[in-house]
Ligand binder design. Structure first.
Ligand code: PHE
Ligand code: NA
Length: 500
């Protein structure tokens, strides 16, 4: 018999869990850099338009699918239409790959929380990160040359995740987010306030917010805004489909999406302020312009920030707050990514919570531990992130919006579902945003990305490496998902039963 489906105990728990997913590395280390590079203060215009015309509508679409069909991504899409099932598997496969390396970054951030106290990097943060800590090798790899301190940190992340996920939707995922998201907000706000008191903070804010209005005429800036919004809201990963399936039947979906979307963007802007205040201090301390020290991603977190921590008054505290926030923000996103996989596997095989959790986390942790905490793991992380997280997600979202809008004409039904449970109603505009704006923007983005990589290759990697771990990996995810969509559902599974 089908078990009672798990639920979040109330809407606030769902909102905190959805924020936990949305607020991640993208808010902290991606947004500030993207905004700076794409018009500074003027970036706010395309950014807000992207949020309203694509981010929020797609978030509502994900909520509608999960809440209406009350199942994991593959089963929800299957219930929507058998032809759509593979979409759910594709998203699930993408989540599998992302989870494998996302956990590594969380392990680094956790270690750096401790290093902030001990100032383990001495006076050479870059040499420490690449050398002593990661022990990055000269060859491309992959090689099974393990780096013990990273391996141990990563094993701890997977163990912690195993415990949270085994506890289930409300007691594990819900409770963890209810505790750690408020804590994360407080820590991060404290970090921003500390950063604002540093010498040179104003120069940093000037650098971030001085508008370059000519950027508005540049289509690359608009693509960057849409790209940031898609990435930041975690739409198109199956995550919001999965989480929304745990909302009780009578739950206001559209206002929830507005709350989550605006909370995520507010956090992002707060992060921009904190990060640039700190960068302004770093530039002032070394007597250079802010533009000389600006960075994003791994370089910002693991090279620039340690430098700031070493130089700032109460730097140790600043570091603990920054890296602690990065750790929690990453971990709550990882929870959501892995839940997509667990829910899908549970549904397909008819497994209970514990069995589903073990069946997913054991192979996933094994792959992650085998591939990434090695002397060549950084290369693998770089290429999988580029191909799976950047192109993969855009491609999967594009196929989803085309299929749902023109292919299967699913939007009117989903609109009715949203309106039946929500106070804020959506209508034709919503459908045009999805079937029109999102299709055009995603299509344009993927064409641009593909041409660049096809003509210029990726980074400094040799062709065979990009072919195997970039293209090979990305294409095999599509093939695997097409196969999984043909594997029959277990007789015990909910997919074998008629839709609710
Ligand atoms: N949306 C998250 C962020 O902004 C990151 C994320 C990526 C979450 C992939 C889930 C899946 O950082
Ligand atoms: Na985000």
């Amino acid at each position: 018999a089908a078990q009672q489906r798990e639920v979040f105990s109330n809407r606030s728990v769902f909102i905190l869990a959805a924020m936990g997913s949305a607020v991640g590395l993208g808010n902290i280390w991606r947004f500030p850099y993207v905004a700076y590079e794409n018009g500074g203060g003027a970036f706010m215009v395309p950014y807000l338009i992207a949020l309203l015309s694509a981010g929020l509508p797609l978030l509502m679409l994900d909520y509608a699918v999960g809440h209406r069909y009350r199942a994991s991504a593959p089963l929800s899409y299957r219930r929507l239409h058998p032809k759509a099932e593979f979409l759910g598997w594709w998203q699930l496969c993408i989540c599998f790959v992302i989870a494998a390396y996302y956990a590594v970054i969380i392990a680094w951030a956790g270690s750096y929380t401790i290093f902030s106290v001990t100032q383990a990097w001495g006076d050479d943060p870059e040499g420490f990160f690449m050398g002593q800590y990661l022990q990055v090798a000269d060859e491309v790899g992959p090689a099974l040359d393990f780096v013990p301190q990273v391996l141990i940190g990563l094993a701890i992340v997977w163990l912690a995740l195993l415990v949270v996920m085994a506890l289930g939707v409300q007691k594990g995922i819900g409770r963890f987010n209810v505790i750690f998201i408020p804590l994360l907000l407080v820590m991060f706000a404290a970090m921003v306030i500390m950063a604002l008191t540093l010498d040179g903070a104003a120069a940093g804010l000037d650098a971030l917010f001085t508008p370059d209005w000519s950027a508005l005429g540049n289509s690359a800036v608009w693509m960057a805004a849409y790209g940031q919004i898609f990435f930041s809201l975690s739409v198109g990963f199956g995550i919001m489909v999965t989480y929304a399936s745990y909302l009780k039947r009578r739950s206001d979906l559209t206002s929830t999406a507005l709350v989550v979307g605006f909370a995520n963007s507010s956090f992002e802007i707060l992060a921009g302020i904190g990060v640039f205040a700190a960068l302004g201090f770093m530039a002032t301390a070394s007597g250079v312009g802010v533009s000389e020290v600006v960075s994003g991603g791994i370089g910002l977190a693991f090279i620039a920030f340690p430098t700031i921590v070493s130089q700032a008054p109460f730097g140790g505290l600043l570091g603990v707050l920054f890296f602690g926030a990065l750790t929690f923000a990453g971990f709550t996103s990882l929870i959501s990514i892995v839940e997509v996989i667990i829910a899908g596997v549970q549904d397909k095989l008819g497994l209970n919570r514990i069995a589903g959790t073990v069946a997913v986390i054991v192979p996933l942790a094994a792959a992650s531990l085998l591939l990434f905490p090695t002397t060549t793991g950084l290369n693998l992380l770089d290429i999988t992130d580029a191909f799976v997280n950047n192109f993969g997600i855009v491609a999967a979202s594009l196929v989803a919006v085309i299929l749902l809008s023109s292919g299967l004409s699913a939007l009117p039904g989903l609109r009715d579902h949203l309106n039946a449970v929500s106070a804020f109603k959506v209508g034709r505009t919503w459908m045009i945003f999805i079937g029109g704006v999102a299709v055009v923007v995603l299509g344009y983005t993927i064409i641009g990305q593909l041409t660049t990589v096809l003509t210029e290759g990726y980074g400094d990697f040799p062709g065979w490496y990009v072919a195997t771990f970039g293209w090979g990996m990305a294409i095999s995810l599509v093939v695997i998902s097409l196969i999984l969509a043909r594997v029959p559902w277990s007789q015990r599974s909910r997919g074998a039963q008629p839709s609710p």
